[in-house]
Ligand binder design. Sequence first.
Ligand SMILES: [Zn+2]
Length: 68
Amino acid sequence: MDDKYCPTCPGNKPQRFRPATKKELEYVAAHGGGKDTPSFWRCGNDGCLWVQPYFNRSKGFSLPESFR
Ligand SMILES: [Zn+2]
């Protein structure tokens, strides 16, 4: 777990991120993750759907509700 800023969580404070699971990575790969797919991490905040490449927040996006 690493602390990172999450653009969709309330409050401007770091959240605990964790590496994306296999299922999450499959979704990322199918939705434009491209060569960045293996580097995706997910916000570990309860109920948060944000995923992003570890070093590139601008390429992140929110997973669908089914991942909540
Ligand atoms: Zn979050």
